[in-house]
Ligand binder design. Sequence first.
Ligand SMILES: *Cc1c(COP(=O)(O)O)cnc(C)c1O
Length: 407
Amino acid sequence: MDKSNFPFKGISSVALHAAGKENAEWAHTPPIYATSTFTFDTAKQGMERFAGIEKENIYSRWGNPTFKVAEQTIAALEAFGLDDGQGRPLQLKALLHASGQAAMTTMLMCNLQAGDKLLSHYSLYGGTYELMHKVLEPNGIKPIIVDMRQIGQVEESILRNKIKLIHIETPANPTIQCVDIEAITALAKQHGIIVTVDNTFATPYLQQPFKFGVDFVFHSTTKFLNGHGTAIGGVLIGKDIEFMKTRAWKWHALLGGNANPFDAFLLSQGMKTLELRMDRHCQNAERVAAFLSESGHISHVNYTGLPSHPDHDLAKRQMLRFGPMLSFELKGGLEAGMRFIDRLKMCVRAVSLGTADSLLSHPASMTHYGVPRDERIRFGITDGLIRMSVGIENIEDILNDLEQAMN
Ligand SMILES: *Cc1c(COP(=O)(O)O)cnc(C)c1O
């Protein structure tokens, strides 16, 4: 079935039908190709596959049909409705990895080398922050961290340093700060700087960074793309197809962070319901944010859907909805926060996010434990801050659980 010219009108159709389903046994659900290697009929065929004349599978670290289904789906979701600037549908290529960290490593390493500088925002996923400072920096790649919501700080840093790459994470963990993708990308492009975006919190349903001219998009597929918390995974997506097939693919293969067929299969199942899940996640999060902001027990709520959030207008401009993630501070700080978490009866105490059920965590003692306290506080991660990934349960049950835990 050739769907390349079918004009999909909605993202659920893309999630369900964009990837090729062809397989030798006519299975409706693409099979799990649990195999490390692939066979050749003849030596000549082997040679032609290595030479790239026959574009078939060779070895699963370099690619596997189960990965391909997930990769084609993600590329189609990120490209949905966008054009390449010349009136043609945007073409993207995705490389599936074992984890978000593996995809982040490929993304940064294939674009940077010793002597290069990268610029990023101070509120970042903990693993990204540590990768930049503990792995890249000792190897000669210097991370420069500014408040990227202040465009003047970005400009000043670009003029003062020779920046090779700008990494944006928006909305950012766990304060739900947003960075203006369009403004930063426009500035970066004037200076020939590569732009990468971590789109994990939003998913391509809520935000499509390629619309604003960015070069690469990254996801931890562990989160909302998988949607059920059944597998770790990550993906790197690029619009320079030649670069993706050569340098990015090579770095991916040599660093060895390939996905595995079982996890890729789980990811593909999860993505089928992305739109349905995200709409319910967002609807519930809006209700939770309203409830918390009216509660006498809460001193502060970070949710871009609230007009009081400093990035409310920006989020409205660059996202379809405000997303499923929020954080809040209980009056009484650390002690009250820990007591609240302990008293939850239905919502789950766990780090991570993007599962169908609601998860709550305490960044200061969990995800951001590795970040020095003074820096953490500067990032807005106060001692009593609680992060919530709002699930798709019945909203009354979520609100009742939060309420009983506070009293
Ligand atoms: C989870 C996460 C990562 C890292 O992904 P893993 O799948 O855990 O390796 C990176 N960025 C963001 C925003 C995340 O939430």
